[in-house]
Write a protein that binds this ligand. Structure first.
Ligand SMILES: Nc1nc2c(c(=O)[nH]1)N[C@H]1C(S)=C(S)[C@@H](COP(=O)(O)OP(=O)(O)OC[C@H]3O[C@@H](n4cnc5c(=O)[nH]c(N)nc54)[C@H](O)[C@@H]3O)O[C@H]1N2
Ligand SMILES: Nc1nc2c(c(=O)[nH]1)N[C@H]1C(S)=C(S)[C@@H](COP(=O)(O)OP(=O)(O)OC[C@H]3O[C@@H](n4cnc5c(=O)[nH]c(N)nc54)[C@H](O)[C@@H]3O)O[C@H]1N2
Ligand code: SF4
Ligand SMILES: [Mo]
Length: 742
């Protein structure tokens, strides 16, 4: 049985195949160089990591000169247990990156060419104030939209609410986890949220359906999965690719992509027909069992075999493994679940399977998380917008629980929405939309039509190239930010305090939002001179203070709700229309959707094409780290995983550079190196998301590898909640430089 150390080591070797010898250890050596070279640690400041959204709490260590030398996880932090992942350690690179934005920029036309000129904050704010006032006077604040991701979004979120805009959106809903939230909500009446309340630590069986934990480096989950493996838990991984998780699994099911729903329904069939479900739990807590039983009657493993290519005996055996572990079993809800446009239904099937196994609210299954609610300082009530965000969608996506970023892009395009609802002005902070949202053409049409775009970023990413004004934010290591209060087994609060002075003329979002608020006459919504005052006030309400928190970084609280798990023998109230777990969803039925999931066939690749699938690498986060000096050292570019059979057919060699062309004739801007490997099915190719950057200003990332997003032009939108299914795109290979072919 693999040990925990093995697992972590192997996960960092996930990219070792390409960058052999360079492991997380080298990264530690580099980032800790000043320390190991003799410089001693002088002081430390607490922060929480912004390299991804797991938000691990960390100490930022400084030497005597006040230079940042090292980041380390905080011991009692439930997100990281004292250990950062390689990306978190490399967070110093975000601060040190010589390509950072250092000053505001204003778009100007010089000699007929558009370019940016450096500007003062005063000039940048003057222009924004003028343009925003014009827009608001003409169309109202309802014509302004905020696209945000990460902690800067909190501050601009307040600003947009104060302005009276109904539009504030993040790609983490419709480009990421939205479908699973709706799938679980319609079943259990609860959202999953982040971090997922999966009790992996104590599970006896973890089922991962396209969840590639280990490459998906969400820290706490990776550590808990390693613990579970150590304790002998069964891991069942369903993935067309032999992922790191698959390599650690007792069962790997190399499914034909886009057919998971058939496998899930067959599992449900077996568990019901063989009588392996948790009878007492199902009887007490669920509605719709008889309907479900009838529904899946013919969805046998033999039926699913023809669709999924997974053998019937394997389907039965893995169903038995789950049932044996019940209720300490987790069929993981996944996280990035926008795959094929029927994603709410797929995640519903996952939720139903968990319900039959009795894992919801049980030890080793799903626990009930608790968080500390943060008090907010007094401010005037927010103005009520004349319409709400869902008005732009008409009767589309009726169960969207949060605003749908792609719907807001559509609502910015003339003719796509009733003219009165059209969005005219964007503010974008902490999200690299051209690499994050599929269907670039749609994005470009919106950008073309908009009157004004403000972008806040730390780096000259693709999105900044579309801005009228670029505002440089200092990195998370140079600022105070909102307290991290996240749900978990126990409530936990973490502080982010500045560990260095902002570089150049960069500033925190909390300051920008306040200054812009002042100019728009909204001072009252920003009752602080410096954001630390808000933190101190909030922390005092929570029985501590800013000074005290600076010494500890993280404070964990006792639970107030005693029920980490459901008490046995009690009718637990579920927040669904029936008050029970809905195996048959009355809500979906009411909106005209299948009340129980059905398998629908998706198109397969045309002759000579392969399905493009994508995922994460342990050393990188989306497109944000590819220019990071430490992390780009670990992995400079992505590669295209190609099955040896396919490589032979095309005469492709390991390391050969090829270009990709998709089903809509879009050709990749840059070539990508081939990696020939049995670890991918013959019908698909795989690459890590976040490479193939288009901006020369990103000196370490420009032109390195290919962008998956560029190839994603066919988007299958989930009719239930608006998620953008991105895995129905097929690519073929171009062996010669297309620019030379002409
Ligand atoms: N093709 C494709 N598209 C995807 C995905 C995929 O796998 N493939 N994944 C999807 C998923 S799961 C998600 S969650 C989204 C993620 O989407 P995004 O959050 O847009 O991801 P990033 O590409 O990392 O872009 C983050 C941007 O924030 C900037 N930034 C970093 N730190 C700060 C800061 O402190 N302040 C400010 N103001 N800016 C900062 C970075 O420089 C970068 O421009 O993408 C989705 N889109
Ligand atoms: N290192 C690192 N970790 C991260 C992130 C990061 O950027 N870097 N981002 C974080 C975020 S925001 C998210 S949302 C998560 C995303 O991570 P996850 O939710 O775990 O994964 P996905 O990106 O949905 O899926 C990737 C896996 O799905 C497989 N796959 C592709 N098609 C199919 C299919 O049809 N069926 C099945 N069963 N599998 C398929 C791929 O081979 C790949 O292994 O990662 C998080 N963790
Ligand atoms: S998982 Fe890694 S990158 Fe994400 S917050 Fe934690 S240390 Fe940072
Ligand atoms: Mo995500």
């Amino acid at each position: 049985m693999a040990s925990r150390r093995d697992f972590i080591k192997i996960s960092s070797l996930g990219f070792g195949g390409m960058a052999l010898g360079l492991t997380a250890c080298d990264l530690f050596k580099q980032t800790g160089a000043a320390l190991k070279g003799g410089a001693s640690v002088f002081s430390r400041v607490p922060t929480y990591c912004e390299v991804c959204f797991w938000k691990c709490a960390a100490w930022a260590y400084q030497n005597k000169e006040g230079t940042l030398v090292k980041l380390e996880g905080i011991e009692n932090d439930p997100h990281c247990h004292g250990r950062l992942c390689p990306r978190g350690t490399g967070g110093l690179g975000m601060y040190e990156d010589s390509d950072r934005l250092m000053t505001p920029l204003i778009r100007v036309t010089e000699n007929g060419q558009q370019t940016y000129r450096p500007a003062s904050w005063e000039e940048a704010f003057d222009l924004i104030e003028r343009k925003w006032k014009e827009t608001i006077n003409t169309y109202g604040p309802e014509s302004m939209a905020l696209f945000k991701h990460g902690s800067s979004g909190d501050h601009f979120g307040t600003l947009f609410k104060a302005l009276g805009s109904p539009y504030s959106t993040s790609p983490s809903y419709a480009q990421c986890r939205g479908p699973r939230e709706v799938g679980f909500y319609t079943t259990f009446g609860s959202y999953i949220n982040s971090p997922e309340p999966t009790d992996i630590r104590d599970t006896r069986c973890l089922v991962l359906i396209g969840s590639h934990i280990g490459e998906n480096m969400h820290n706490g989950q990776v550590q808990e999965m390693a613990d579970a493996i150590d304790k002998g838990a069964d891991i069942i991984t369903v993935d067309p690719r032999f992922s790191t998780a698959a390599s650690k699994s007792t069962h790997w099911l190399p499914i034909k992509p886009a057919t998971d729903l058939a496998l899930l329904l067959a599992w449900i069939h077996v568990i019901i027909e063989e009588g392996w479900y948790d009878k007492e739990y199902v009887e007490r807590h669920t509605v719709g069992f008889e309907q479900l039983k009838r529904h899946v009657r013919n969805m046998t493993p033999e039926w699913a075999y023809g669709i999924t290519t997974i053998k019937p005996e394997q389907i039965r055996e893995t169903a038995r493994v789950m049932a044996n572990a019940s209720p300490a079993v987790i069929v993981h809800p996944g996280r990035h679940v926008v795959w094929y446009g029927d994603d709410t239904q797929r995640t519903r099937a996952i939720a139903i399977l968990n319900a039959l196994l009795g894992s919801w609210g049980r030890r080793g299954g799903f626990y009930f998380p608790e968080s500390k609610s943060l008090p907010s300082m007094e401010h005037p009530p927010y103005p009520k917008p004349r319409w709400s965000w869902d008005m732009v969608m008409g009767d589309k996506y009726p169960l969207a629980g949060s605003s749908v970023s792609n719907a807001l892009v559509d609502a910015s395009i003339p003719g796509m929405v009733d003219e009165q609802y059209r969005i005219r002005s964007w503010m974008v902070s902490g999200t690299n939309l051209p690499e994050t949202m599929p269907d670039k053409q749609q994005f470009l049409k919106a950008v073309e039509a908009l009157d004004f775009i403000v972008v806040v970023d730390t780096m000259p990413m693709e999105i900044t190239g579309y801005a009228d004004v670029v505002l440089p934010e200092c990195t998370y290591l140079e600022r105070y930010d909102s307290l991290r209060s996240s749900p978990g087994r126990e409530p936990s609060v973490a502080l982010r305090a500045p560990a260095a002075e902002p570089k150049g003329d960069s500033k925190p979002a909390s300051w920008m939002a306040k200054e812009l608020g002042k100019r728009m006459g909204l001072d009252d919504f920003f009752p602080y001179e410096d954001y630390s005052e808000v933190l101190d006030w909030q922390l005092k309400q929570l029985g501590t203070s800013l000074e005290a928190m600076k010494k500890v970084g993280v404070k964990n609280y006792e639970r107030e709700n005693p029920y980490l798990y459901m008490p046995e023998g009690v009718d637990w109230p579920f927040n669904t229309p029936s008050g029970k777990i809905e195996l048959y969803s009355s809500t979906l039925k009411q909106y005209g959707f299948d009340p129980m999931p059905n398998y629908v066939e998706h198109p397969q690749a045309p002759e000579g094409f392969y399905r493009l699938i994508y995922g994460r690498a342990p050393a990188h986060t989306f497109s944000r780290t590819s220019n990071n000096p430490y992390l780009s050292d670990l992995m400079k570019e992505n590669a295209l995983w190609v099955n040896p059979k396919v490589a032979k057919l095309w005469g492709l060699e390991k390391g050969q550079k090829i270009w990709l062309k998709n089903q809509d004739d879009v050709v990749s801007s840059f070539p990508i190196k081939v990696r020939v490997t049995e670890r991918i099915r013959w019908d698909s190719v795989y690459m890590v998301h976040g490479f193939g950057h288009q901006r020369k200003e990103l000196t370490r990332a420009y032109g390195r590898g290919a962008s998956d997003t560029e190839m994603i032009t066919n988007v299958m939108v989930d009719p239930i909640m608006g998620g953008t299914g991105m895995r129905g795109n097929f690519v073929t290979f171009i062996l010669e430089d297309p620019k030379e072919i002409g």
